[in-house]
Design a protein around this ligand. Structure first.
Ligand code: SAJ
Length: 407
């Protein structure tokens, strides 16, 4: 039996995949409401294909509880919250989960940590907890780090098809973990040491952040020189060794906008490119703000409440708002005393900001300038409804040009 600890964006799909593969799975989360909801067959977030997978896992007997189970295999997928001021993670949840596992587990249990841990954190925070108890690693407990790599919006496909990294102290233990993940992962599973596994995860997200920053910087250069950045990228990408990403209103999510800070924090003298990329991506909401001002000036619009931001989620077709560019933009607007801007996101069902609309047409009726911040399918499928508005299309999705402005 596998006990999956933490039933959020990563723990839940992982638990469901194991259950689908025929293993007995019990999912544990301290949040009773979440456990109750899952036990009643209700999902807690939106993700492509998740409902079907959930149904299969339920029919294979997956159970949800707030209690840790006595077993030989644990997968820990609890959050590692990012503390914006210190630019470090808070490892408390992982430490606490590890301790409860150590209180409960069978001798020789496998403890697999999937939560993102910056390089060196398992040595710094987790090993001491094991040593404190006089437990012998490799005998009383086996530690592994299997950082998740799946992309929200395509999680289930990527769980099956992405390669995986398994960090362990002993390659023999690595083989066992590999065998376990091979129940659903059809791609290569690479065994390495724990610090390298931690580092790879951070490096992957930093690579993407740096590349998005390049696209964003190009957008600013093209704006200043009156060129179309999308056309430049489209043509440049025809070169066989060029693959420029897309500019946007900023970089959100709990991963790409966060992980590079761990390298900057630990190696301040060695990180120039990475820090600059972070600053460029963080500057994009301010760039959006200046584009909104350009449009207001051009059309003699002075009333901030005539502006509507479409999209609160950090990217298309997810309901996750962590580090969302729209929230960053709203914060900048508040700092500039620009209150009253209206907001709508079809995937965010609870009110999390002021002037948030729950109905798209009501939202459209109230505004003159529509700022597309997130490229949900919903708006792509409703182009007819937004035609005629002044539009700032930060995601380059409009299929018409009249009254449309770009980044
Ligand atoms: N973005 C752009 N331009 C692009 C691509 C993305 O502005 O061309 C923006 C998005 O709009 C979003 C942000 O970047 O705001 C991040 O989105 P994303 O889709 O690139 O990535 P995440 O944060 O949803 O997921 C990433 C993935 N990492 C990589 O692609 C290297 C995923 O595989 C990881 O599992 C995940 O981080 C994680 O949990 O670490």
């Amino acid at each position: 039996m596998i006990n999956v600890i933490g039933l959020g964006y990563i723990g839940l799909p992982t638990a469901l995949m194991f259950a689908k593969s025929g293993i007995e799975v019990i999912g544990t989360d301290l949040n009773k409401d979440l456990v109750d909801s899952l036990s009643q067959g209700k999902l807690t977030f939106v993700e492509k294909g998740l409902e079907e997978l959930f149904a299969e896992a339920l029919s294979n007997g997956i159970k949800f509880t707030t209690e840790y189970q006595k077993t030989g295999i644990y997968i820990i997928a609890v959050p590692t919250p990012f503390e914006n001021f210190s630019k470090k993670i808070n490892p408390e949840y992982v430490i606490s989960a590890v301790n409860t596992v150590l209180d409960t587990c069978e001798k020789g249990a496998m403890l697999i940590i999937e939560s993102t841990m910056p390089p060196g954190s398992i040595d710094r925070y987790i090993r001491p907890e094991i040593q404190k108890r006089g437990l012998v690693p490799g005998e009383d407990v086996n530690l592994a780090h299997a950082p998740e790599r799946i992309i929200p919006g395509n999680m289930l496909y990527e769980l099956e098809h992405n390669s995986r990294t398994i960090g362990v102290d002993d390659p023999g233990v690595g083989e066992k973990v590999k065998e376990l993940y091979a129940r659903f992962c059809k791609s290569e599973i690479i065994i390495t040491d724990i610090r390298s596994a931690e580092m790879c995860k951070i490096v992957e997200n930093t690579y993407r952040d740096v590349n998005i920053a390049f696209a964003n910087e190009l957008a600013k250069i093209c704006r200043a020189t009156g060129m179309d950045v999308y056309e430049i990228i489209r043509i440049a990408n025809k070169h066989p060794r060029v693959n420029i990403l897309q500019p946007g209103p900023g970089v959100g999510g709990h991963c790409i906008s966060v992980d590079p800070w761990f390298l900057v924090g630990d190696y301040p003298d060695l990180t120039n490119l990475i820090l600059t990329a972070r600053k460029i991506n963080d500057s994009m909401p301010t760039h959006v703000l200046s584009r909104i001002r350009d449009i207001m000036r051009e059309h003699n619009i002075n009333d901030i409440s005539k502006i509507g931001l479409y999209g609160l989620a950090y990217k298309e077709n997810v309901d996750d708002t962590r580090e969302s560019p729209t929230l960053q933009l709203l914060k900048r607007m508040d700092e500039h005393l620009a209150f009253g801007v209206k907001v709508y996101d079809p995937l965010i069902k609870t009110r999390i900001v002021k002037h948030q609309f729950m109905n798209f047409e009501d939202f459209l009726n109230e505004i003159e300038i529509l700022v597309i911040m997130t490229a949900h399918d919903h708006i792509k499928n409703n182009m007819g409804l937004i035609k005629g508005k002044l539009i700032l299309d930060t995601k380059n999705i409009c299929n018409f040009n009249d009254r449309v402005y770009k980044l």
